[in-house]
Design a protein around this ligand. Structure first.
Ligand SMILES: Cc1ncc(COP(=O)(O)O)c(C=O)c1O
Length: 470
């Protein structure tokens, strides 16, 4: 099988030309279409992490040279994030967190600040942008348009009818299931008009679109923005929460060293932001990696990269939509560039999503994701499932029959992907849709599929990566 040609952006990313084993003992250059789950590092980020390891030390309180250097790099990373999003640091604060899930849970932990008011969510949300609200403040969930787009009228209606009981509107900037991009500034305007704040889950948006937080006085201003470094070519464990400075007033959710000015035998004086929200030793390497990733994307030409991604996304949608038996969730309409990421989830008539994903990996060396993508209500909506059908599935899954869970296959692109990969992928899906599988597969109790007899073993990966100790 020929290797895909090197694309303009490809050389900047680590690990994207890895030979992977496929059925029959051959190897092929792997295709990674699972970027919505996590991305490889930019080579510059990887190298910066290695270089930074030489000067790494604790931040903020050390007087040693390395400590001052590490502190400077950590704070510069914060500045890069602020510049990238257009944050006015007088009114908002950039807090380094573990990732989007952590960020959203931290906002939810401050529910007291919403004065008992509820959070409005859409049916589109990832579980990270649903469960923290559901299990703290309680939420109101608004429906979507039939093809799965954000329904501004439904949001306005819910805000209007709540009589001021909604304190926050939580919305994903872009869906990890359909790639649909939400009208975040319009949603912000509606929220503000009704006395609520807006929180954008930008896990998928930040790596694939420019975000402008806008001035605090602008009705379309974004109050909270959260995203993850590992989805943005800096997989070293750091993410970002941007929040209004005055939101964090009381004791922080996570307490410990670094978050205080003074602690006496029975009193605590909390530090200023962001320190108050970054208790404990922060993930300095992760934050620095994220800062370097942002700097690199901007220097390489983020807008041009995104145009390339959009072209690939169009090609992907067109190819998938033309395969008999394949249905793209949310429809095949790409609405070029503005409203959809380079991402498509699809179902194949008569082929279980898990079986398709296993065959794509085992026979074609293509990495995709399958299932419900941590967005169960949205996938149920897109699959047109009735309430009764969902209840039946719920009963089965609760009884540990996880094979019952429906789902789809997702291909998600990044700038290092190229046309040859999209074409090879479409070819592979065409074969799978025709039922032309070369191997036999078995479904396990947890619902996943594997080649009969199991996946080829990956022996001792830690030792292999670490190499000899001397
Ligand atoms: C839309 C969306 N929100 C939130 C998350 C959670 O991000 P993380 O796992 O980095 O916390 C994801 C991850 O897939 C996502 O796609």
């Amino acid at each position: 099988m020929p290797s895909p040609p090197t694309g303009r952006w490809r050389d900047h990313f680590a690990g994207v030309d890895l030979p992977v084993p496929v059925l029959g003992g051959d190897t092929v250059t792997g295709i990674n279409f699972d970027n919505a789950a996590s991305t490889p590092p930019l080579k510059r980020v990887r190298d910066a992490v290695t270089a930074f390891s030489e000067v790494y030390s604790s931040v903020h309180r050390g007087t040693g040279y390395k400590s001052r250097m590490a502190t400077e790099a950590y704070e510069q990373a914060r500045e890069r994030v602020a510049e990238f999003l257009g944050v006015d640091e007088k009114s908002q604060v950039v807090i380094f967190v573990k990732g989007t899930t952590d960020a959203l849970n931290r906002i939810a932990a401050e529910q007291a600040r919403l004065d008992g008011r509820q959070v409005l969510v859409t049916e589109m949300e990832h579980h990270a942008d649903l469960l923290p609200w559901r299990h703290r403040s309680g939420h109101i969930m608004v429906g979507l348009t039939p093809d799965g787009h954000v329904d501004l009228d439904a949001i306005e209606h819910a805000l209007h009818n709540s009589g001021g009981k909604i304190g926050l509107v939580a919305i994903s900037g872009a869906s990890n299931v359909t790639g649909f991009i939400s009208p975040i500034h319009e949603v912000a305007q509606l929220a503000h008009r009704h006395g609520a704040l807006v929180s954008v889950d930008a896990a998928q948006l930040a790596p694939h679109r420019r975000i402008d937080i806008r001035d605090a006085g602008d009705p379309g201003h974004l109050d909270f923005v959260s995203f993850s470094g590992h989805k943005m070519y800096a997989p070293y464990g750091a993410g970002v929460l941007v929040a209004p400075r005055d939101f964090f007033a009381g004791a922080p959710e996570v307490m410990g060293g670094g978050a205080i000015r003074i602690v006496t035998w029975d009193d605590t004086v909390w530090a200023d932001l962001p320190d108050r929200e970054e208790a404990g030793s922060p993930n300095v390497i992760g934050a620095v990696a994220l800062g370097v990733a942002i700097e690199t994307l901007v220097e390489l030409g983020f807008d041009e990269m995104l145009r390339h991604e959009d072209e690939l996304g169009d090609r992907l949608l067109k190819a998938l939509s033309g395969i008999p038996g394949v249905t793209v969730l949310g429809g095949p309409d790409s609405r070029r560039g503005t409203e959809r990421l380079g991402l498509a989830s699809f179902v194949i008539d008569g082929v279980h999503h898990g079986l398709a994903a296993a065959a794509l990996s085992h026979e074609w060396g293509v990495a995709v994701r399958n299932g419900c993508f941590c967005a169960n209500p949205y996938v149920f909506h897109l699959l047109n499932m009735t309430k009764e059908a969902v209840e039946q599935v719920e009963g089965e899954v609760a009884a540990d029959h996880r094979q019952a869970l429906p789902g789809a296959v997702r291909a998600s692109l990044a700038p290092y992907n190229n046309q040859a990969e999209v074409d090879r992928f479409a070819d592979a899906v065409r074969h799978v849709a025709r039922g032309e599988l070369k191997a036999a597969y078995e479904q396990a109790d947890d619902g996943t599929f594997a080649p009969a007899g199991g996946w080829p073993a990956i022996l001792n990966p830690l030792k292999m990566l670490a190499g000899p100790a001397s």
